[in-house]
Write a protein that binds this ligand. Structure first.
Ligand code: ZN
Length: 286
């Protein structure tokens, strides 16, 4: 299933995509299922099964609604740095022995078509990073690698927009550099895990003004998703709707020679097989 959060004039609603239409899950279930993604995921597998039965319900054309970030209010976003072999090679660094972790504040979330905005007095080195993001489907603590995928609801795309000058040059401010407002485009859909039996064979790309800058595959992931879930849940409870964004492959602007950064008017598209494509325009706020 492809689940979306969308606005058709009534504010954010949870929907299910079928044949280029979006079916309102709360309406189609006569209120048995909730109208927001996080509440829906909190119900667990039963909600997913009930939603599956709604795929023949009456929908409205997807083109008539605004697709938003699939989850607007996760309790947290856990981000993994330096997790692609090709990204290590481009920097000339050894692959890490354990995952590098940071967070993107949930206030940075935007959806497909929304603008990535920044103040050029604050940062002049805004960079792109396409990432596969895992959405948690069940409360998870002390989960073993073997059981980890049972706790996953599905996958979406995180564009881990990064202000490199803030992140790296002004005192290692990773969270500030990665959590500026609008720096976390998520979307366009949440593809449930039954449609993606192997998340470690997916092609992913980032295009800037139509030109492919990143083009890799999740097989390059150093720490695979089950390992990350075991590693994180040793001491941190992951809740339904929480997002783990798994790191970016090579081709970011900071390591190009010469480096290249996003500028006012640029259009950035991130794509992952089986999830879709999301474009955001860049705006420098003067
Ligand atoms: Zn990243």
């Amino acid at each position: 299933m492809k689940l979306v959060t969308y606005d058709g004039g009534q504010g954010p609603r949870l929907g299910l995509i079928a044949n280029d239409s979006v079916i309102d899950i709360a309406e189609a279930s006569n209120g048995a299922l909730p109208a927001d993604m996080r509440s829906f995921l909190e119900i667990g597998d039963a909600a997913l099964q009930q939603a599956q039965a709604l795929t023949n319900a009456q929908g409205r054309p997807l083109s008539e609604v605004r697709v938003m970030a699939p989850i607007l209010n996760p309790s947290k976003i856990v981000a993994i740095g330096l997790n692609y072999m090709d990204h290590c090679r481009e920097q000339g660094v050894q692959p890490p022995k354990r995952p590098t972790t940071f967070t993107k504040f949930t206030s940075s979330i935007i959806g497909p078509g929304d603008e990535i905005r920044w103040n050029p007095e604050l940062t002049q080195k805004v960079d792109w990073e396409v990432e596969l993001a895992v959405v948690i489907g069940k409360r998870a603590r002390n989960v073993s690698e073997a059981d980890a995928l049972d706790y996953v609801a599905g996958y979406t795309i995180c564009h881990d927009v990064s202000a490199r000058d803030l992140q790296l040059e002004k005192g290692d401010q990773w969270i500030v550099g990665k959590s500026l407002d609008t720096f976390c485009p998520l979307g366009p859909v949440l593809t449930t895990k039954d449609e993606m039996p192997d998340p470690h064979t997916l092609s992913l790309r980032c295009l800037v003004n139509g030109k492919a800058m990143q083009n890799s595959n999740t097989k390059e992931l150093i720490f695979k998703i089950p390992f990350l879930i075991e590693f994180l849940t040793r001491g941190i409870t992951l809740l339904p709707g929480d997002v783990i964004t798994t790191g970016t492959p090579d081709g970011v602007g900071n390591f190009l020679k010469p480096p290249l950064f996003l500028k006012d008017g640029d259009e950035v598209t991130v794509e992952i097989d089986g999830i879709g494509s999301m474009t955001n325009r860049c705006v420098e706020e003067r």
